[in-house]
Design a protein around this ligand. Structure first.
Ligand SMILES: [Mg+2]
Length: 130
């Protein structure tokens, strides 16, 4: 399985770290796109299909919650699994993101295996459309 993923985070260092974790994960990630906020992510998704989106929550311009809202309301983008990767570990926030349609939630800092396992789980929990 060749995976195309989109990493959304306002921290370039965090995007690089997630990219390296994916490189070393054993998953066949053949394409890693990046965006620094939700708005940029939506623009990337207009032109590129991805198998999964990994998104931060706290970002300027458009945060991860609004990105998730817009993706979930979109007829095509709603089928793309979204994994949230955030420092926010409050239960209310986690539940809210899952209710809005996130397939998984990883809190920073995370172990590489945790991110890999959550991503695999997010990909597997399909809605039956693919
Ligand atoms: Mg952030």
């Amino acid at each position: 399985m060749e995976l195309h993923v989109l990493i959304v985070d306002d921290s370039p260092a965090m995007r690089n770290f997630i990219r390296r974790v994916l490189d070393l994960s054993g998953l066949e990630v053949s394409r890693c796109l990046e965006a620094s906020n939700g708005e940029e992510a939506l623009r990337v998704l207009e032109d590129h299909w991805v198998d999964a989106v990994l998104t931060d929550i706290n970002m300027p311009e458009m945060d991860g919650e609004e990105l998730l809202r817009q993706m979930s309301a979109h007829p095509v983008l709603r089928s793309i699994p979204v994994l949230v990767v955030s420092t926010d570990r409050t239960e209310a926030r986690i539940q809210k993101m899952l209710t809005l349609g996130a397939r998984g939630y990883v809190t920073k800092p995370f172990a590489p295996e945790t991110l890999r396992d959550e991503l695999v789980q997010s990909l597997g929990g399909g809605d039956g459309s693919n």
